[in-house]
Design a protein around this ligand. Structure first.
Ligand code: IPM
Ligand code: MG
Length: 356
């Protein structure tokens, strides 16, 4: 099995190195090939997603991705910015189903900014649609406003769009996922305002009829943002569009103590996937050895489970991460009094040791 390893920018290379360390220790029949992506690729090849990197990603069985982005690329034209690499991979590889589990490990309850009784034992899954919405909808651009009070002034515009089949396929993903959990799906939209959301809600309701064993509820996104901090444990699976999912998944991440703990999987219809931590490239802490590699290590576990059909090895990694937390080992982001602060590489080593 071939894994494309795309470390990217900022803390990307440091955290991916630890995940690779863990994968190597499992001694699986994996071959890993590394390629530049994001700003790192722009520096070398003049494009954030060079053809060679895209080809490698296309031909691989799965992709392990770090993070992209750095302030030093902020002045580049939009199509050359590092973020275009991850958006391009999602689109070119038709990775439309994004799984972002938010699990609050008992040991990390104190690291959350919320009260322990609100987040202790939290285990929710955000299913975010990844190929549509205002992220990719055309037309978009900056122009002179054709009408309205500010006609003639420069205006930016984007288009929110979802087609029925796009909503249907992510609905099925969410309902299937709920069947393996607590059989509850909450569909998040803004159907009191947006036409796109009205269609979204209609299609979700229709698909739900095929899953009579799963309970469907609907919630407006503003209320969902509130409920996530008020009573996050009332959710099981949240399914939502690309933009709302982007925002709610960062919010959910903080419930778990640190965004440094959250893995993610982005799958196509055949379960080929790209696996990345839910957090970004954090250029401010890059190279300091303080980044938390656990989200990337847990993403590697998701890769073994979803794309490579190696659930036992996935479980070994997850159990090892749990062990390390029980041992009181913490990177800076999840450090609380009475625990032991360790570096990025020491965390990787500790997970390897805990694999047994
Ligand atoms: C994410 C990130 C990306 C997104 C950025 C880097 C384009 O925030 O994966 O959540 O908005 O999807
Ligand atoms: Mg995001």
């Amino acid at each position: 099995m071939n894994i494309a390893v795309l470390p990217g920018d900022g803390i990307g290379p440091e955290i991916v190195a630890e995940a690779v360390k863990v994968l190597k220790d499992l001694q699986l029949p994996l071959s890993m090939e590394t390629a530049p992506v994001g700003g790192a690729a722009y520096d070398i090849a003049g494009h954030p997603l060079p053809p060679a990197t895209l080809d490698l990603a296309k031909s691989a069985d799965a992709i392990l991705f770090g993070a992209v982005g750095d302030w030093k690329y902020d002045t580049l034209a939009r199509e050359l910015r590092p973020e275009q690499a991850i958006l391009g991979l999602r689109k070119h590889l038709a990775l439309f189903a994004n799984f972002r589990p938010a699990i609050c490990y008992q040991e990390l309850t104190a690291a959350s900014s919320l009260k322990p009784e609100i987040v202790g034992g939290l285990d929710i899954l955000i299913v975010r649609e990844l190929n549509g919405d205002i992220y990719f909808g055309s037309p978009k651009g900056i122009r002179n406003a054709p009408d309205g009070l500010f006609a003639g002034a420069r205006e930016g515009f984007d288009t929110m769009r979802y087609s029925e089949p796009e909503i249907e396929r992510i609905a099925h993903v969410a309902f299937e996922a709920a069947r393996k959990r607590h059989r509850k799906v909450c569909s998040v939209d803004k159907s009191n305002v947006l036409e796109t959301s009205q269609l979204w809600r209609e299609v979700m309701t229709r698909v739900a009829k095929e899953y009579s064993d799963v309970e469907l509820s609907h919630m407006y996104v503003d209320n969902a943002a509130m409920q996530l901090v008020k009573a996050p444990k009332s959710f099981d699976v949240i399914v939502t569009g690309n933009l709302f999912g982007d925002i709610l998944s960062d919010e959910a991440a903080m419930l778990t103590g640190s965004i440094g703990m959250l893995p993610s999987a982005s799958l196509d219809k055949n379960n080929k996937g790209l696996y990345e931590p839910s957090h970004g490239s954090a250029p401010d802490i890059a190279g300091k050895g303080i980044a938390n590699p656990l989200a990337t290590i847990l993403s590697a576990a998701m890769m073994l489970r979803f794309s490579l059909n190696l659930p036992k090895d996935a479980q070994r990694i997850e159990t090892a991460v749990q062990k390390v937390l029980v041992q009181g080992l913490r990177t800076a982001d999840i450090y609380t009094e009475g625990t032991q602060k360790i570096s990025t590489a020491q965390m990787g080593d500790a997970v390897v040791k805990a694999l047994g």
